[in-house]
Design a protein around this ligand. Structure first.
Ligand SMILES: NC(=O)c1ccc[n+]([C@@H]2O[C@H](COP(=O)([O-])OP(=O)(O)OC[C@H]3O[C@@H](n4cnc5c(N)ncnc54)[C@H](OP(=O)(O)O)[C@@H]3O)[C@@H](O)[C@H]2O)c1
Length: 232
């Protein structure tokens, strides 16, 4: 059986990815702080920003994840409104812990269990390849995630395990709504920045993630899933 191990499937893009893979017959395991609303998805409570998360993950995976065909999706992320000049180092460390160190820890623990046909899907962002103001730690982490994907691709050469980075555009989830303070006018403006005049649906990103997981020809690729952004 194909197992999906995903972080941050309690809501948003992660939840839709978990639902899609469950419906396709995968065993689905989620790691996040809040419960998953759907039966059938195995949920494990973990705060990936905490220093003890590595030992928790080691224990959990030893008990629950046998070797096999595994898709590991690094989806959980934290988005702060912060800047290069005024981000307390403690906050920067916490963002890196969730957005970068957790994918690294999971790679260490899961790659040895991966059999041919497995995959590692990183979730980047439009902000993996450009920067906007007031999103400092997130932009730093999302640029780095592309580097992690590319390095993973090189290091796993010959093992029949592939990796891809999916970079969503403005997607209609809690992360985006919280980031703009639930301001409908701002959301409408953001929607107008897509060539389709709307936000990306989390289900559309989920389908892209599943496609990448199942198609090794995308090994090493950075895929933008953003409906085409209007350049200003
Ligand atoms: N929405 C967008 O416009 C957009 C655009 C580009 C990229 N993305 C990327 O897409 C991915 C999914 O984002 P989303 O929009 O679906 O966001 P979301 O709805 O806010 O979901 C984020 C997920 O991350 C988990 N998470 C956050 N902090 C965590 C922690 N300390 N420990 C464990 N889990 C944690 C959350 O779970 P708990 O709260 O239950 O822990 C939640 O399930 C992220 O990598 C994000 O950067 C989103």
């Amino acid at each position: 059986m194909h197992t999906l191990l995903i972080t941050g499937a309690s809501q948003g893009i992660g939840l839709e990815t978990a639902r899609l893979c469950l419906a396709a017959g995968y065993r689905v395991i989620n790691l996040s702080r809040h419960e998953v609303p759907d039966a059938g998805i195995e949920h494990h409570n973990i705060d990936l920003s905490q220093a003890d998360s590595e030992s928790q993950l080691r224990e959990l995976l030893a008990a629950r994840l046998p070797a096999g065909k595994i898709t590991l999706v690094h989806n959980a992320a934290r988005l702060d409104n912060d800047t290069a000049a005024a981000t307390p180092t403690a906050n920067f460390r916490e963002v890196m812990a969730v957005n970068l160190v957790a994918p690294h820890m999971l790679n260490q623990l899961v790659i040895p269990l991966m059999q041919p046909g497995s995959s590692i899907i990183y979730i980047g962002s439009t902000l993996s390849e450009k920067a906007v103001p007031n999103t400092y730690s997130y932009v730093v982490s999302k640029h780095a995630i592309i580097g992690m994907m590319r390095a993973t691709c090189q290091d796993l050469a010959g093992q029949q395990i592939h990796t891809t980075c999916i970079c969503p555009g403005f997607t209609d989830t809690q992360m985006l709504r919280t980031h703009v303070g639930d301001d409908q006018a701002v959301l409408a403006h953001i929607a107008s920045l897509s060539t389709f005049g709307r936000l990306v649906e989390p289900q559309e990103v989920a389908r892209t993630i599943k496609f990448a997981a199942e198609n090794p020809v995308l090994n090493g690729a950075v895929i933008h899933a953003n409906l085409g952004q209007v350049e200003t």
